[in-house]
Structures are given as C-alpha cells and as structure tokens.
Design a binder for this molecule. Structure first.
Ligand code: MV4
Length: 607
C-alpha cells in the first residue's frame, strides 16, 4: 500500500479520504489556502502545506502548487476528492507522468467520457440505452430542427463539454431553435472552451438514478447498486438515497449491468458513477462522473463497502476482492447535505460563526464533516458544511430515523438547510418516493419552505447580548430552573433594555437547550442581509461571491427598475441572479459574459 497520500481537496471529502488512509495505515498530507489555515482537513492531516491565497484558482486549482507540496512531503500518491481538480484530465495526466500515483481513472478514460457525443457512442457500442438524439455534434439550427421533427418537441440542446446542467437548453418549438442553439454554443464556449453542441429528445419528468461502479486494473468491474438523486435544486443535489424507490428488481438489475458494460467499454478504472434518466420504466444513459461523489456514502451504508478504501487499493494495483454476487443491498440509506444556506431566501449562501454545533448520533446515524463548534464559515468555497447519512432496515424506518436525527441536529450562529430537510422527510410526495427532478424547482410550494424555516431554524442564538444600549433589539436570557425537582427551561426577554450583565446560570440538569424552547423566529441580523452598496445619487451593483458571469441582459443606457436582473453569476455550481436594489439608468457595464469576478467586484453602475 502507499505510505503517504496527498489529498488535493478541503472540507468533509478531504477528511473522508484521510480516514480511509488511516484505516489502511497510510500517512496523510493536507494542502490548504490562506482561508483554511485552521480548517478541519488541516487539523486532521498528519502534515499540511499552504498552497496559496483563498481564491481557489490560486490554491486548490493550482497544479504546480499541489505537485510541489506533494514533493516537499514525499507523498507517493494524490487523491483529488470531488470538485476542484478531480475531473481535470490535464492535471491527471501530469500526475501520471510524475512520480506520484493518481488515485482515480486514467486521464485517457476521463477524456473518452468527458466529450458527451463520444460517451454516447461508446455507450451505444456497449448496448447501453441512450436518450434518442445525435451521436455527432450538430452544426446548424436546421439540423436541430430535423432531429426535433424526427423525435418531436421538446428537445434538449446540450454542450459537448457540458454536465451538471450547464450548457443545457430546452426547445419547445421550431421558433426557439435558432436562439437556443446559439445560446448553447455560447455557453459551451464560455464554460468548456468548446462550442460544439448536440441534440437529445427532452424527457419532461425523469428521475435521476446513478450507479456506483468500481473497476480494477485487472479487468474486474463491479456495480454497487444505484442511488436516486432526483431531489435537486437547480442541478444541485440536496438529498440522495440508496436504493432508488423508483426501480423494481428487474430494472435494478438491468441498469446495474448496463453501467458495468459501459465502463468496461470505456476501459475505465477506479471508482465512478454512471448517471441515468429514468422515465416510464425505461432508463437512458446521461453521463459518467469520473470521480468519487458527495453521495457515495449512501452506497457505503447499504453495501458495507468502503468505496474510498477501494479507490486506494485499486490505484495501488490490487484486485477487487469480491464478486458481483457478493454485493448485497441491505436496507436503505438517505444522505442529507447540510448546506449553510437559507432555504427561505432562495437558498442564499449564509456565512457566520458556528456558535453551536452539536450533530446527532446514535444507531444508523453517520456524520461526515470537517467543522467544529466555533469555526467561522466563510463564503470562499462550497456551502456544504456537513453530510448527515441515515441508514435503517427499510425506507420507512429510514425516514422515521431521519426525522429523529434531523431534530437532534443543533446549529446556532448560521442558517443551514436542516429545516428544509425536516420539511422533506414529512412531505407526502418525498415520503411516497414519487418526486422527479422537477419537484423541488417547479412543484414544491415556496410557502411551505418559508414555514419550515420559521418553525425549525435554530440559527438565531437564544442569547442575544451584543445589543447597543437604547436600540430596539431584545435581550434574551435562558435560565434552567428546578421546581419541585422537575427541570424547566425559561426564556426571559426584555425589549429596548440595556444589555444584561454577564451572569453564569448553572444548569442543574445538564441536557440540551432544545430548539423548541426558543422564542418566535425573528428577522435576521443586519449582518446576514445582502450587502448592496447604494451611492447617494446612484447605485453600484457588486458581486456577492466569486464566480463567472453567465449572461448580461442589460446594456449602457438601459432604464431598469428595482429588483431587475443585471447579470447572472455562476458561483459554487449555481446560477445566481444579480439584481438592482433601487434601479435607474445603466451608466456603466463593467463585465462581459464569461468574465471571472471576485467577491465585491463592481459589476454594473447605475445613476
Ligand atoms: C436531460 C433531461 C431531460 N431530457 N436530458 C440536467 C443536468 C445534465 N447533466 C442533464 N440534465 C438533464 N438532461 C434529456 N434528454 C433533464 C435533465 C435535468 C435533470 C437531470 C437530472 C437531475 C436533475 C435535472 C433537472 C433538470 C433537468
């Protein structure tokens, strides 16, 4: 086995990979940016190297800096985790050509599967069903129309280099083909440096079902069953589960075998995921993810197989130690992504300090995280701070246990989507397993999300002692008292009063201060609100986060109102509408499609 592995990542996945290393007796090396000096993955690692500034492009994405850290540490292999460099074939090739081993598929296999029409042809050759459409790029709007006439509208125009919803355009009639064709080309060019597009019949209400694969370098390919990731928000998975409630035993076997045939055809090795769309009892290949995924944990919980440990063994040249028939799906698992976001504000990323962090425990509960109480959660990276994975004997038991675990999760100081998850595990459609990929974006009532946040948010600390004298905010104290030997929690609230002196109230009974003991939900602190700089005689619209400009629907001289979109900013794999506060006449547009912007950069100036 390797003796020392460098993990080119951060957060929970870096810790997850290092745990597998420790289980195998392998030493671990972390890399970190200036923003992550005290981060969980740095604390966990045996040694850690600074590789640059907070901006990912200058640190976690810097090929030379990562390789240099590996040399300094004397590492013998590099694991990329997910995101960052994980699907970068150029980096994989550099690692292959170095003295380090690459813990992942070969650069060649990544390239074979990265171009979507190539991947489609390859799957067809392996007798894996693909969505009806083209296996060559299309070069004109007329070609798109010809395909649409053959299969019927709607059709999807997809960027050749695409994935995860970027460069995907749906066309409902011939009138829209021209503009959508051009938009897909432009997005492909901006995102992937590749303006090629192809066409598929668009499925209106599919489920997202994906198969976990392990393949060794001796020709053995196993599948570990499927996951259902249909609950997504703007192409971001929110809850994943294994097995899929949408498959019967026959379809399950077919999809698993199809995935095995596909990756064998691709000459693929290491861990990977074959994604399918499932509709009306049929499944269709969509794409292959050539990395370990966030949701691999759900598969681990129902198979008992440590996927990351196998990634290391496979990369070291070992043979898979089990047959397909040895893989048994036992019970059910659901993964909840604990994102620092406010679900009631369109899932806007939240930042702040983790004043209380007390995750659930007990039977069937797994937490994968890299944070601890007191940590600052900044806006530099992905908003996912932890994953809760719940396992049980059946889906019904798993849902009940999830309700219990989510109610135990106590996080103060920062908003998370725990309240949203508590809504979902009580939601009729989700409980019935009937949700499709449209459910969260198009069908779920926003009111219900707002209510869930109102009811279950624990972000506001119950003690509020930083008020200025004379302001109108409340000062609230929680006391624990005993009356006739029974423990009570009492909240005292004073409005407009000077701050109370710091007093130590000894809690006699111990125990937690339950969320239910909190007062009614109040408005967020001013500090949580969007920062919008409004100049005396105009307005400057700035970027709230680092990202890429997707589109700029305004031009200099345009008259626009309050709340209108000035550009779409792609950040953390989400499309964010950037809107005006007051509106006015656009005097300067400082950005263009495809530009990278940093947090606080000025985008548009209004007068
Ligand atoms: C589709 C589709 C329907 N028909 N392709 C979105 C992400 C990208 N990987 C592919 N996507 C889709 N491709 C055809 N031919 C619907 C989606 C889709 C989707 C897929 C999986 C999970 C969530 C989704 C949400 C919207 C659209």
């Amino acid at each position: 086995m390797f003796s020392k592995v460098l993990v080119a990542n951060r957060g929970e996945i870096a810790v997850r990979v290092m745990r597998a290393c420790r289980d195998l007796g392998v030493r671990t090396v972390a890399v970190y940016s200036d923003a992550d000096k005290h981060a969980g993955h740095v604390r966990y690692a045996d040694e850690a190297y600074n590789i640059g500034p907070a901006r990912a492009a200058d640190s976690y994405l810097d090929h030379d800096a990562v390789l240099e850290a590996g040399r300094k540490a004397g590492a013998d292999a590099i694991h990329p985790g997910y995101g960052f460099l994980a699907e970068n074939a150029e980096f994989a090739r550099r690692v292959e050509e170095s003295d380090f081993a690459w813990i992942g598929p070969s650069a060649d296999a990544m390239e074979r599967l990265g171009e979507k029409t190539k991947a489609r042809s390859l799957m067809q050759a392996a007798d894996v069903p693909v969505v009806p459409g083209t296996t060559e790029p299309v070069s004109s709007a007329d070609e798109v129309k010809a395909v649409a006439e053959e299969y019927g509208y709607p059709v999807a125009i997809k960027a050749e280099g695409g994935g995860g919803g970027r460069g995907l355009k749906v066309v409902h009639s011939a009138d829209d083909v021209e503009t959508q064709f051009e938009t897909a080309q432009r997005e492909g060019e901006a995102y992937f440096d590749n303006s090629s597009v192809y066409v598929e019949k668009y499925l209106e209400s599919p489920r997202h079902v994906e198969v976990q694969i392990l393949a060794d370098e001796h020709g053995n390919v196993r599948h570990l069953g499927e996951r259902d990731c249909s609950l997504q928000r703007r192409h971001q998975k929110v809850i994943e589960e294994a097995p899929s409630p949408a498959l019967d035993a026959d379809l399950r076997e077919q999809i698993g075998n199809a995935a095995r045939r596909g990756v064998r055809e691709a000459g693929y090795t290491n861990a990977g995921t074959v994604e399918f769309l499932v509709e009306d009892g049929e499944f269709y290949f969509m794409e292959v993810n050539t990395r370990i995924q966030v949701e691999h944990t759900a598969t681990e919980e129902v198979t008992g197989i440590d996927v990351v440990k196998w990634q290391l063994r496979i990369a070291f040249g070992e043979e898979l130690g089990f047959d397909q028939a040895d893989v048994e799906i036992d019970g059910h698992a659901i993964e909840f992504r604990i994102n620092a976001e406010n679900a009631a504000e369109d899932f806007a990323p939240a930042t702040g300090s983790l004043d209380t962090y007390d995750p659930p425990g007990g039977i069937g509960v797994r937490i994968d995280d890299a944070v601890r109480q007191g940590d600052e959660i900044g806006g530099d990276y992905d908003s996912m701070i932890a994953k809760l994975i719940v396992a049980a004997g059946s889906r019904g038991e798993c849902l009940a246990r999830s309700e219990r675990a989510l109610s135990e999760f106590e996080i103060e100081g920062i908003e998370t989507i725990v309240p949203f998850h508590r809504l979902m595990v009580t939601d009729r459609t989700f409980r019935a397993g009937e949700h499709t990929t449209k459910y969260l974006d198009q069908e779920l009532d926003r009111e219900r999300i707002d209510q869930a946040v109102e009811q279950w948010s624990t972000a506001e600390a119950e003690t509020d002692d930083d008020d200025e004298p004379g302001d109108d905010a409340s000062t609230e104290r929680e006391f624990t008292v005993e009356v006739n030997g029974k423990r009570f929690e009492v909240n005292l609230e004073e409005r407009g009063a000077p701050p109370m002196p710091e007093v130590d109230v000894a809690a006699s009974g111990g125990g937690r201060s339950g969320a239910g003991a909190a007062g009614p939900a109040t408005e967020p602190d001013a500090g949580d609100e969007e920062e919008v700089i409004v100049e005396a005689d105009g307005e400057q619209v700035t970027a709230e986060m680092q990202g890429t400009i997707l589109s700029v629907p305004v031009a200099e001289g345009d008259e626009i109102g309050a709340g209108e979109v000035v550009c779409v900013l792609e950040a953390m794999k989400m499309e964010n509408d950037v809107v005006t506060e007051r509106g006015g006449t656009v005097s300067q547009v400082l950005i263009d499609e495809g530009d990278s912007v940093d947090m606080d950069d000025t985008l548009v100036i209004l007068e």
